[in-house]
Design a protein around this ligand. Structure first.
Ligand code: GAP
Length: 507
């Protein structure tokens, strides 16, 4: 298998060649950090969205879904804290003219020190073999201890400076630890400045009458401002949740790594409204549930891990990420946040409307606390592609690229191939296709040799290929080939749907 950087490049190339993801406005040389989902990509994306919706809404009687507008009253973003606090600190290198997120520069520096520690540990593990005690080694090895101390010192300066919006101290930290620009290699930095990530536009037709509004940077606020309407019209009782999926927009300073960090992306969020004081119980519950959801897709458990936040967002009293091992390392895939009553209390204050829930069991009114689960659909898409991409070489020297996408998410479930274009085989194949397409996304193909057709469907992750041959005309049986094992079986036409359904049930 290729090294990690190569792997990401291969996935990007594969995603383009096989109709998953295209650069937006490609004929105009593209638009930075904006992507379009193509014919296979949009199916995969829809299937991920549906899989999430099913787990969150269909399977929970106390969770309902909404679809709120992207545009919202501008005061929403004042109340939510996004106007004042949704900033990233940015810094430019005067020689390369490259712009960076100042905190990311420091975090990348920390990651380099961490990798030195890991190398030291790996070396010692090899030297000592089975008797190696990693904990003891880390607590006693002078070089490791010195590096751990370095990291602590940096964090103790970075996070308080971030919390206090102290840009000067961040600049001094960057200078003190000697960070150089990865492009120019110089330490010739500008001051650190705050940069608000929200996109704004004008609503209204005349310059005087127009007001500035924002493209939502998260879907969550659409849930908060509708919470009481949903609670009342749905007769919801606490604890209950509201879910939604939809576009969000952020003017990211550095957008990179394909669809991992985009300026226009999609979120799948759920706000769970609970009694004040019970939020930590639900926070743990949702951390567990969401990890189980990821693992239900058959992706190895070792590809996921929790990362508890050192620095909390302006609205949270506890927060953890579910990280996934992308080709570029473990990175945030989903966030679980205990948001307290921050948002609802702020909307009460700014709107002047009561947003209290009357709890019939306690006979009390209160502003509910909220536990949120928030996952980027595009990041989940990249996680699925990264895990699925497999290069295989066979004993006879042939090779294939197969996308081992969980069948439930695959763009097409069945490909239908007449063996040849004559003798009535296409007609029979069409008959089967016309029947099966009511239940499954099917793809009909008669061009090229059967082996080539298999390879094309391996490359887009189709779990089953069905071949119609001369025997089919005699006894109504077909050959069905399974993508991962490449095993072929002869089955009756009436059994195709059952075989496919069985596989979809078991992921
Ligand atoms: N409502 C909470 C919230 O928005 P967040 O951690 O800022 O929290 C949640 O975002 C998720 O949205 C992230 O875990 C990530 O999967 C996704 N996400 C955030 N920014 C993104 C971007 N620029 N491009 C793609 N996905 C992004």
């Amino acid at each position: 298998m290729a090294n990690n950087e190569d792997l990401l490049k291969k996935i990007i190339a594969h995603a383009k060649e096989y109709g998953f993801v295209f650069q937006s406005s490609e004929i105009y040389d593209g638009l930075s950090a904006v992507y379009d989902y193509a014919q296979n990509g949009s199916e995969l994306k829809k299937n991920i969205r549906d899989y999430w919706w099913k787990a969150m809404v269909q399977m929970h009687e106390n969770i309902v879904g909404i679809d709120s507008a992207i545009f919202m009253h501008p005061t929403v973003w004042k109340a939510s804290g996004h106007v004042d606090a949704f900033n990233d600190p940015m810094i430019d290198n005067k020689d390369s003219k490259k712009r960076y997120r100042a905190d990311v520069l420091v975090e990348d520096h920390i990651a380099k020190i961490e990798s030195k520690i890991n190398k030291e540990v790996a070396k010692a593990a090899k030297r000592f073999g089975e008797s190696f005690d990693e904990k003891q080694f880390k607590e006693t090895n002078p070089r490791v201890l010195a590096n751990i101390k370095k990291i602590e010192d940096i964090k103790n300066r970075l996070y308080p400076a971030m919390d206090a919006n102290d840009m000067e101290s961040i600049k001094t930290l960057i200078e003190d630890i000697g960070i150089v620009c990865p492009i120019s290699g110089s330490k010739n930095w500008t001051e650190v400045r705050q940069f608000n990530l929200m996109f704004s536009t004008q609503m209204g037709s005349t310059a005087e009458g127009a007001s500035e509004i924002f493209l939502r940077p998260e879907t969550a606020q659409g849930i908060f401002v509708n919470y009481l309407n949903v609670q009342k019209t749905g007769r919801m009782k606490i604890p209950f949740g509201i879910a939604q999926t939809g576009k969000a927009f952020r003017n990211e300073i550095v957008a990179r790594q394909f669809i991992f960090r985009m300026r226009e992306f999609e979120q799948m969020e759920m706000q769970f409204f609970v009694r004040p004081g019970e939020e930590m119980k639900w926070y743990e519950y949702w951390k567990d549930q969401r990890m189980k959801w990821h693992q239900s897709l058959g992706i190895p458990a070792g590809k996921f891990r929790f990362h508890d936040h050192d620095k909390l967002a302006h609205y949270a009293n506890a927060a953890a990420d579910i990280e996934f091992e992308f080709p570029m390392g473990f990175k945030e895939l989903e966030g679980i946040h205990s948001r307290t009553d921050f948002d609802l209390a702020a909307h009460e204050k700014y709107s002047g409307k009561k947003l209290r829930y009357h709890d019939p069991e306690l006979n009390q009114s209160y502003v509910p606390y909220v536990v949120e689960t928030s996952i980027g659909l595009d990041r989940m898409f990249l996680a699925i592609l990264s895990n699925a991409y497999t290069e295989e070489t066979f004993e006879d020297g042939n090779s294939r690229v197969v996308m081992k996408i969980p069948p439930v998410l695959a763009p097409y479930k069945v490909a239908i191939f007449p063996l040849t274009k004559k003798d009535g085989l296409p007609e029979k194949a069409r008959e089967i296709m016309n029947d099966l397409k009511h239940d499954h996304m099917c793809f009909y193909e008669e061009k090229d040799a059967i082996g080539k057709r298999y390879r094309r469907h391996d490359a887009i992750g189709t779990p089953y290929c069905v071949t119609i041959d001369h025997q089919t005309l005699e006894d109504n049986t077909v050959t069905i080939r399974e993508r991962d094992s490449m095993n072929q079986e002869r089955i009756a036409i009436e059994s195709i749907s059952g075989v496919v359904n069985e596989r979809l049930k078991n992921i």
